[in-house]
Design a protein around this ligand. Structure first.
Ligand code: ATP
Ligand code: MG
Length: 358
């Protein structure tokens, strides 16, 4: 099996390394459109870290969290070998020749049992504070939570996300103990975070967008794309890493790039057409600012219309129609730069086809 190597991302990696080089003081939110390579960026970074860092990577994708127990299970990983959690901390803190990476925070059965018995966040968060304090004596702990939006709306006694934000603020701004990265592709979630008073001045935002033109061309060049194929790929899928990887693999199977890209566009046009035209048939409602709002086909089309000759636009206010299009993964909102754009070049072209044939 031929692998595709991690490509570039120098700018984003430098920005993250600069954060890691200074004392933890802010929470970093890594955001960007769907499939832009956020997880790949973080995974690559973890592999490259020097030995004084200890990374705890928690990915909430695929995790169903609706109770306190689910949350504890998602956060921690049982270490069956160790009897005392101090033993775990000792192993982590001891000098090792490489950086340590954990998927989930390693913990003993005894502590897990205690969490399940007591069922209070205070216990969990206090425990984590002690855990990171101890590690921070010898190493630099880094906590990464991928797909954080998965718990955006979870209410278990209280609003879980706010409890977690408090822990993050405690670990960074107050105690300077641990670097905290939260990763998400949900732009409505990041918009909420951005306007959240409790987080103001306490976090930093890092956009991991699709590749730019030069990066895309260099990526394709590396896999033997000729000039025509490179331009075709850029025209259809822009710098969306996942789509570029697909085209590279199709080329390896000696497929015609233009035909593959054309069929990808046809498929996406059909999907977006379905998501919009369905509004002519059924009365769809969307929850917006706690109110149920009816969606009208004409109003949704008016939003899409903005992309008939622009690739992005500066927004003034997020409307129910924009919310619908973002939820359907057609548009992407960047609240830091106040910009709305399609999730990818393929989406932009599909929107234009739909507008032309409307
Ligand atoms: N820098 C890169 N170099 C090579 N391939 C990449 C790179 N970034 C992403 N990819 C490819 O694109 C795919 C999608 O990337 P990834 O899963 O990291 O995106 P994501 O932004 O985390 O997606 P999601 O929005 O679903 O969370 C990866 O499986 C990988 O094949
Ligand atoms: Mg991801």
């Amino acid at each position: 099996m031929r692998r595709i190597e991690f490509h570039n991302r120098e700018k984003e990696l430098k920005e993250i390394r600069d954060i890691l080089d200074t004392e933890p003081s802010l929470i970093t939110f890594v955001y960007g459109p769907v499939n832009s390579g956020k997880t790949a960026l973080i995974t690559h970074l973890i592999e490259q870290l020097p030995e004084n860092y200890v990374v705890f990577y928690v990915n909430l994708r695929g995790k169903f969290i609706s109770s306190y127990d689910d949350f504890v299970r998602a956060l921690f990983k049982l270490d069956r070998e160790k009897k005392e959690y101090k033993e775990i901390l000792k192993t982590i803190s001891e000098v090792s020749l490489k950086s340590l990476k954990f998927t989930g925070i390693p913990i003993t059965e005894g502590v897990l049992d205690l969490f399940f018995r007591e069922k209070t966040y205070d216990d969990v968060f206090e425990f984590l504070e002690d855990y990171f304090t101890e590690i921070a004596e010898n190493k630099v702990p880094v906590l990464i939570v991928d797909e954080l939006q998965k718990i955006g709306d979870v209410r278990i006694n209280t609003h879980l996300i706010y409890e977690l934000f408090n822990l993050f603020i405690r670990l960074t701004k107050e105690l300077h103990l641990c670097h905290v990265f939260a990763v998400t592709s949900d732009s409505l979630f990041i918009k909420r975070v951005y306007s959240e008073a409790m987080l103001s001045e306490r976090c930093k935002y890092l956009l991991a967008d699709d590749f730019d033109y030069e990066t895309t061309i260099a990526f394709l060049d590396h896999y033997g794309f000729d000039m025509h194929e490179r331009e075709i790929a850029w025209h259809y899928v822009g710098g969306k890493p996942v789509s570029l990887v697909r085209l590279i693999n199709e080329k390896r199977s000696e497929k015609n790039i233009e035909e593959v890209a054309g069929s990808m566009l046809k498929l996406r046009t059909g999907e977006i057409g379905q998501r919009t035209k369905v509004l002519k048939i059924v009365n769809k409602k969307i929850l917006f600012e706690k109110d149920e709002m009816e969606l009208k086909y004409d109003d949704v089309t008016k939003i899409l219309d903005k992309f008939s000759d622009e690739e992005s636009y500066t927004y003034d206010v997020i409307t129910p129609e924009i919310t619908y299009l973002v939820k359907e993964n057609i548009l992407f909102v960047d609240p830091v730069n106040c910009i709305i754009k399609p999730q990818s070049r393929l989406n932009l072209l599909a929107i234009r086809e739909i507008l032309e044939n409307a």
